[in-house]
Each structure stands twice: as structure tokens, then as C-alpha cells.
Design a protein around this ligand. Structure first.
Ligand code: NAD
Length: 249
């Protein structure tokens, strides 16, 4: 419990799903937590809400500066904001590629660039990126999303190497299929959402979806001094999907 006390954290995409669960968990364990989101309307105290689009460098720099000033520094950056895309390379046009890469990859670059000067000043600095099993699984119908998360994985490793001697640890989590509003939106678009959900659950090694709280716990671990000797790793939180070499087709 004490490892989170006084930790100053920023969670992007923290208004929903995995990001919200992470912000809530860190705050419940004593961290001071700011949320940066496109739509932070539902974010309430003790969380601090900042509206920003990770595609907009100026708004990211402004928000991160406000967070660091408001919290009196920054120890932890959780780069979690992300969007999805379905289809093969023939299904997504250039505009869709630019949009998804802008959010999922460049979004991390922008927040990290803005946060690093503050993180370097911290004695317990950590960055955790929300990646995905899509980075390495070779999922069908996810060409663009997989490429974006492959970039998040290699960016995590490169950032870990670049900043290890500055005392900034960089890791990522690789969730499987997580029961968040994102997945509900996809299921709701199916002709029979209940049947689709049951089929999706049946394809999981555990017979159920991963919960947002389970991913949040992994992020919190990588964000805390409990993982002080860990940098440049990807932690799977996928109900065994990767380890058992199964695919959520
Ligand atoms: P979600 O849609 O529930 O939440 C995403 C949040 O990000 C939202 O609050 C949204 O407003 C915010 N956001 C989106 N674009 C933004 C932007 N341009 N600027 C600022 N904020 C923005 O999704 P989730 O399922 O919680 O996913 C969160 C992360 O987890 C994503 O990076 C996603 O790729 C990853 N992930 C999700 C799953 C899953 O099954 N849900 C699996 C693997 C990885």
C-alpha cells in the first residue's frame, strides 16, 4: 500500500475502461492522479481531470505542464489512450492509418516528450504504455491496429534503453480481450450482441474476458517502486492467450 503513497501520476485515456480503472486504483492506494482525456467529463475527485487530445502537441504540452504544476511534479506516466481499427491492409485507407498511428503511437511520443523533464526530476520515475497482444500475435483483420501496437512495443523498448541511466523505467502491458466500453461497443454492433459475447468468452483460455481492474493492477505494479528493477519489459495480461499460443480470432 505504501508504495503508492504520494506518487504523482498522469493517466492518458483515463476517463474510460483500462485507463479509468488504473486511475481509480492508483488513487485508492494513495497516489495523486491526473487524467488526460478527450472527454474527461465523467472524471470526479479525487482524480484531477484535464481535457486534451493526444493528437495535438500544443494541447498535450499545456496539459502536462498544468498537471506537473498542479501535482507539484510527476513520477508516473501511463500512456494508455488508444483507438482501434478493424480490417486488412485493403480495408483501411491512408486517412485511417494516419489517424490510428497519430493516436496510438505519436500520442505516446507527445506525452512522453512533455513529461520527461518532470520524470527525470523524480526519484521513482516510471512510464507504462498500454500495448496489446496484437503487437506480436498476428491477428487476422487487425492490420492497422496490430502495426500501431507493434510500434508501441518497439517504442517501449527503445525508450527504456534511452532513459534507463536517467532513472526513468519504461515498460508496457499487453492486454488480451478486456471487458471495457470499447469491447462493448464492438459487441453491440453485432446482430446478436449476447451471442457474440458468449462466443468471445468461449474463445478465451480462461473462458472469460480480462477485467479492466486486472490490467490496472499490472500497470500499477509496473508504475510502482515494487518493480524498481524492471524496465524494457512487456507484461501479458491476457488470460493465457499469448503464453498458450492461442488467438482471439
Ligand atoms: P476505451 O475506449 O474504454 O477508453 C479509451 C479512452 O481513451 C477513452 O476515454 C477515450 O476518450 C480516450 N481517448 C481516445 N482517443 C484519445 C485522444 N486522441 N486523446 C485523448 N484521449 C483519447 O478503451 P479501453 O478498452 O480502455 O482501451 C484503452 C487502451 O487499452 C487502448 O490503448 C487500447 O488499445 C488498449 N487495449 C484494449 C484492449 C481491450 O480489449 N479493451 C485490449 C488490448 C489493448
Amino acid at each position: 500500500m505504501t508504495d503508492f503513497a504520494g506518487l504523482k501520476a498522469l493517466v492518458t485515456g483515463g476517463a474510460s475502461g483500462i485507463g479509468r480503472a488504473t486511475a481509480d486504483l492508483l488513487a485508492a492506494r494513495g497516489a495523486e492522479v491526473a487524467v488526460l482525456d478527450l472527454d474527461p467529463g465523467g472524471v470526479a475527485k479525487p482524480l484531477r481531470a484535464y481535457a486534451a487530445d493526444v493528437r495535438d502537441d500544443a494541447s498535450v504540452r499545456e496539459a502536462v505542464a498544468s498537471v506537473a504544476a498542479g501535482l507539484g511534479g510527476l513520477d508516473v506516466l501511463v500512456n494508455n489512450a488508444g483507438i482501434g481499427a478493424q480490417g486488412t491492409v485493403e480495408d483501411n485507407d491512408d486517412a485511417q492509418w494516419h489517424t490510428v498511428l497519430d493516436v496510438n503511437v505519436l500520442g505516446i511520443v507527445r506525452t512522453t516528450r512533455a513529461a520527461l523533464p518532470h520524470l527525470r526530476a523524480s526519484a521513482r520515475a516510471a512510464i507504462v504504455n498500454t500495448c496489446s497482444i496484437a503487437a506480436t500475435a498476428g491477428l487476422p483483420q487487425r492490420a492497422l491496429y496490430s502495426a500501431s501496437k507493434g510500434a508501441v512495443l518497439s517504442l517501449t523498448l527503445a525508450m527504456a534503453a534511452d532513459h534507463v541511466r536517467e532513472g526513468v523505467r519504461v515498460n508496457c502491458v499487453n492486454p488480451g480481450t478486456v471487458d471495457t466500453p470499447w469491447v462493448s461497443r464492438l459487441l453491440d454492433a453485432a446482430p446478436d450482441p449476447a451471442a457474440e459475447r458468449a462466443a468471445l468468452q468461449a474463445r478465451q483460455p480462461t473462458g472469460r474476458l480480462v477485467t479492466a481492474d486486472e490490467v490496472a493492477a499490472a500497470i500499477a505494479y509496473l508504475a510502482s517502486p515494487l518493480s524498481g528493477a524492471t524496465t524494457g519489459t512487456a507484461l501479458a495480461v491476457d488470460g493465457g492467450m499469448q503464453g498458450l499460443r492461442l488467438r482471439p480470432v
